[in-house]
Design a binder for this molecule. Structure first.
Ligand code: PEP
Ligand code: MN
Length: 339
């Protein structure tokens, strides 16, 4: 960490900062440069709240230099490869994993119909919500455990894996029984008790980016899970809130190359929640493959108009087929293939 002071030779402030670093964090620091304006605190400063120093009168700036997260950092390793129920691997350089299914599980017929066509297109992971985080309390909020049972039953029929969301710690107990991968939704990215709970899970975790989370906040959320002992975390870029109103969320595809420098965790993209409109999903999915996504998660419904949640952004079977063709074409151009 580097603390730059406003004035040269401000000996009282230097003494105060050095004393605080030592007493509070047991960090030895030294002053560098002729002007005695920079205090360098080498080593691990991830526990230090830099705002404490930024707020001091006489401090010009503080640069952490090393990041506040450790276990998720690229410094740990180059790349993590995360198996999902032995059927496929996330983060294997060449392969792109597609997960698809409805926003919500509505009935066995709806889920079976969806699984049949997504599986026919080579998809091995069935998505579907049983516990739904809805903006308003009167909207359909999922079938709960019945939804989980249907996911398991239908996925088994097609030899697929299941990814589904848990919104709280109690639901994790239940979701663990049925799912192969547990989704933490955007609205829960900073639910630290939930993150701690899934840190104790043996299932891989799909951690969606919070609606307004920076990459550092997102990685710190992932750090909670790894710190709890679960190393199998997959990041999912699903768009963030910006001033833009035409698209539902702004899909931040620049986050992928940036994250690849910051972390070893695999990164997938959800074009559906970002686009908000089915006819824009395919282009966003192809762009995600082009920037090197390890996987894509797509919402699709046999009859989107009848969907109980997120119908407008759900691909109908025909649009889904086109989208898969697009994903395969861009994958091929990138020297990759769909797993
Ligand atoms: C979903 O996957 O249906 C969902 C609610 O996603 P998000 O948490 O990204 O909004
Ligand atoms: Mn949805």
């Amino acid at each position: 960490m580097l603390i730059v002071l406003q004035k040269k030779n401000d000996q009282d402030l230097i003494a105060h900062i050095q004393d605080l670093l030592k007493r509070k964090h047991n960090i030895d620091s030294h002053v560098i440069g002729e002007n005695q304006r920079v205090i360098a605190a080498p080593g691990d400063t991830s526990m230090v709240d830099i705002a404490t120093f930024e707020n001091m009168d006489g401090v010009a700036s503080v640069d952490r230099v090393n990041r506040p997260y450790k276990l998720v950092s690229r410094e740990q390793k180059d790349r993590s490869v995360i198996p999902i129920n032995g059927t496929c691997k996330l983060g294997a350089r060449k392969e792109i994993v597609v997960m698809a299914g409805p926003c919500s599980v509505e009935s066995e017929e709806q889920l079976d119909e969806t699984a049949a066509y997504v599986h026919a297109h080579g998809v091995n992971i069935l998505r579907g919500g049983a516990f739904k985080p809805r903006t308003g309390p009167y909207a359909f909020n999922g079938l709960g455990e019945i939804g989980l049972q249907l996911l398991r039953k239908v996925a088994d029929k097609y030899s697929m894996s299941v990814v589904t969301e848990a919104m709280n710690e109690k639901q994790v107990d239940l979701v663990e029984e049925y799912a192969d991968c547990i989704q933490i939704g955007a609205r829960n990215m900073q639910n630290y008790d939930l993150l701690r709970r899934v840190g104790k899970s043996s299932k891989p975790i799909l951690l969606k980016r919070g609606l307004a989370a920076t990459l550092e906040e997102w990685l710190l959320a992932a750090e909670y899970i790894l710190a709890g002992g679960n190393e199998n975390v997959i990041l999912c870029e699903r768009g963030i809130r910006t001033f833009e109103q035409e698209v539902r969320f702004t899909l931040c595809l620049g986050s992928l190359p940036a994250l690849r420098e910051m972390t070893h965790l695999p990164i997938i993209v959800d074009p559906s929640h970002a686009a908000g409109k089915a006819r824009w999903v395919s282009d966003c999915a192809m762009a995600a493959v082009a920037v090197g996504a390890d996987g894509i998660i797509i919402e699709t419904h046999p009859r989107p108009e009848e969907a109980l949640s997120d119908g407008p952004q759900s691909l109908d079977p025909e649009q889904f087929a086109e989208c898969m063709n697009g994903i395969r074409a861009v994958s091929g151009a990138m020297g990759r293939s769909v797993a």
